[in-house]
Design a binder for this molecule. Structure first.
Ligand code: ADP
Ligand code: ZN
Length: 212
């Protein structure tokens, strides 16, 4: 899944995980878990993530490699938040075969509104939105009863920086995958479009490419 922060990568990927039965691998979640566990590596990468900057390629590539080696990836996987740079994409080409790249197109206004209203479950990582995708009980996860919190990189200054980083470092991947004929565009122009509608479009695309 390719797209700017707040495009819905995590939301759609977690639904596709349930439908397709292949793991949803979010490098953002891997980074946050590492920070939460306060490992040496976690301490090192916190300073990047706090500012909305990318964690250095060598580190994130290593973390992803370790994740892809786990047995549940044998029948496929959905990547969310990786690759984010050309050099990550080249590394990925060496360790795996990517079938389809879904490029989520979302206008900037929607992104900022979405991210400022996003809350995440501390326990299971489920994503909610206080405007469009409210939990049934305020502050409590529908899935697991866990506490909902606002990510501290979801504040206006850090959001702006993450969008800058996306344009500079990640957007070039659109051409990279276009050239490989793997890119499929998905559009979401309306803040109120329910995730199910976009997921349906994605399943259609996967059907057409024979990857469903
Ligand atoms: P977003 O909502 O901005 O897509 P993520 O949850 O995917 O955010 O990632 C959160 C943070 O984790 C990023 O700002 C970055 O610091 C780090 N990170 C996640 N994936 C990568 C990656 N592939 N390369 C470098 N840094 C990453
Ligand atoms: Zn939960």
């Amino acid at each position: 899944m390719l797209g700017p922060p707040g495009a819905g990568k995590g939301t759609y990927a977690s639904r596709l995980n349930t439908i397709l039965g292949v793991p949803h691998i979010s490098t953002g979640d891997i980074v946050r878990d590492e920070i939460k566990a306060q490992t040496e590596l976690g301490k090192k990468i916190k300073k990047y993530s706090d500012k909305g900057e990318l964690v250095p390629d060598e580190i994130i590539i290593q973390l992803l490699k370790e994740r892809l080696e786990k047995p549940d990836c044998g029948k496929g996987f959905i990547l969310d938040g990786f690759p984010r740079t050309i050099s990550q994409a080249e590394a990925l080409d060496k360790i795996s075969n990517i079938d389809v790249v879904l490029n989520l197109n979302v206008p900037d206004e929607i992104i900022v509104t979405r991210l400022s209203n996003r809350v995440t479950c501390r326990k299971c990582g489920a994503i909610y939105n206080l405007l469009t995708l409210k939990p049934k009980r305020e502050g409590v996860c529908d899935n697991c009863g866990g506490e909902l919190y606002q990510r501290h990189d979801d504040n206006p200054d850090v959001i702006k920086e993450r969008l800058n980083v996306y344009r500079e470092k990640t957007q070039p991947l659109i051409d990279y995958y276009k050239k490989k004929r793997l890119l499929k565009d998905v559009w979401c122009k309306d803040l109120m479009t329910p995730p199910e509608t976009v997921v349906e479009k994605i399943l259609e695309i996967l059907g057409e490419t024979g990857k469903n």
